[in-house]
Design a protein around this ligand. Structure first.
Ligand code: ADP
Ligand code: MG
Length: 340
């Protein structure tokens, strides 16, 4: 188990991490979701030891690792741009870590060859060892980077936006592969990403990084259906977030989140009794095949979206620029204290 307690890291005026608490359990695929600039890379660099926290503790299995040099921490790091040696072959890249590691470097050529082949087989690249790095695809480079990290059998593998450099088709395939590889290795992966879909698809657990803290860490379906605070809800596209005051006295004070599939649309004055409602102007629609999104602007400027599934259409015909009543069942709303 990897544990971070009250970890802070500042750069001049910028507070990248602010007393963050975070746990990555054993044998888990952990996704970390955060916007660009939210401190994802900083967090990984602190765990790997490329930087030190200003405050707080980092430990593995209860043993402090902050303050230790990176090569003694036994942590794997897969860099955003893969960072392979272009002049070495695939096999030489993979073997590199084993030959040059600080503790017990391997010098026996037979063992190096065997373990390199094993590692390449794990990522589905058997037979690619002799290839030049320039002669393999982006997805294959990604897997070489992973094989090179895995060969040293680290206690945790950190992946910094590992799918960011791949095109969309490849990304979906690599998602499945990364999950399968981790299940074979039984070591925890900490995968950071700015993509909600990627985080929810990959993670056994998903943590949300916002304002320098982990604001929620839960199973993906729990996070998606019950964000526990406004900051977490903001990272989930399906949730509309608005001031309770927009619904008149019905909803009291604070901030409300309602999922885009749980909002209905009525002509003005026609919201059913007992349903909180707010007035909003229809802006435009976006047809995505099996679903359609409708965009609205509330009186205070908040943008809202409502989804319709083609198999069960429920929205009326709407005219752009006209106002409608957006309403929802009272139990569909999650209410938070404080301003939106
Ligand atoms: P992310 O990976 O989520 O995009 P980073 O961890 O790279 O975010 O950065 C978090 C914040 O810390 C940003 O505001 C960034 O500009 C700042 N930051 C990161 N590294 C440095 C550095 N070496 N010097 C100054 N500021 C930095
Ligand atoms: Mg980053």
């Amino acid at each position: 188990m990897l544990t971070l307690s009250r970890v802070s890291r500042r750069y001049g005026e910028t507070t990248a991490l602010d007393g963050l608490d975070f746990v990555v359990p054993e044998n888990t695929y952990m996704s970390l979701l955060g916007a660009s600039g939210s401190g994802k890379t900083t967090l990984l660099r602190l765990i790997a030891g490329f930087e030190e926290p200003d405050q707080g503790e980092i430990s593995i299995h209860g043993e402090r690792i902050d303050g230790q040099p990176p090569h003694l921490r036994d942590i794997g790091f897969v860099f955003q741009n893969f960072a392979l040696f272009p002049h070495l072959t695939v096999a030489q890249n993979v073997a590199y870590g084993l030959r040059h590691r600080a503790i017990a470097p391997v010098t026996n050529e037979k063992e190096i060859t065997e373990r390199t082949e094993e590692s390449l087989a794990l990522v589905g690249l058997s037979g690619f060892g002799h290839r030049a790095i320039s002669a393999i695809s982006g997805g294959q480079r990604q897997r070489v980077a992973l094989a090179r990290t895995m060969i040293c059998e680290p206690r945790v593998i950190l992946l910094d936006e590992p799918l960011g450099a791949l095109d969309a088709n490849l990304r979906a395939r690599m998602c499945d592969e990364l999950k399968a590889i981790r299940e074979r290795l039984k070591v925890s992966f900490l995968h950071v990403t700015g993509s909600e879909t990627e985080a929810l698809t990959m993670g056994d657990k998903v943590a949300v990084l916002s304002g320098g803290k982990i604001v929620q860490s839960d199973a993906p379906d729990t996070l998606f259906s019950s964000p526990s605070n406004v900051d977490a809800a903001r990272h989930l596209n399906a949730w509309n977030i608005f001031e309770a005051g927009l619904c008149g006295a019905a909803m009291g004070q604070g901030t409300i989140a309602v999922r885009f599939d749980q909002i209905d649309v009525s002509p003005k004055g026609k919201a059913p009794d007992g349903h909180p409602w707010l007035s909003a102007k229809y802006l435009t629609g976006e047809f995505n095949g099996p679903t359609a999104l409708s965009f609205f602007r509330a009186d205070d400027g908040t943008l809202l979206q409502v989804i319709d599934h083609l198999s069960q259409p429920r929205l009326p015909d709407m005219v752009e620029g006209q106002s409608y009543d957006l309403h929802f069942a009272p139990d569909a709303a999650r209410q938070f204290h404080g301003a939106a």
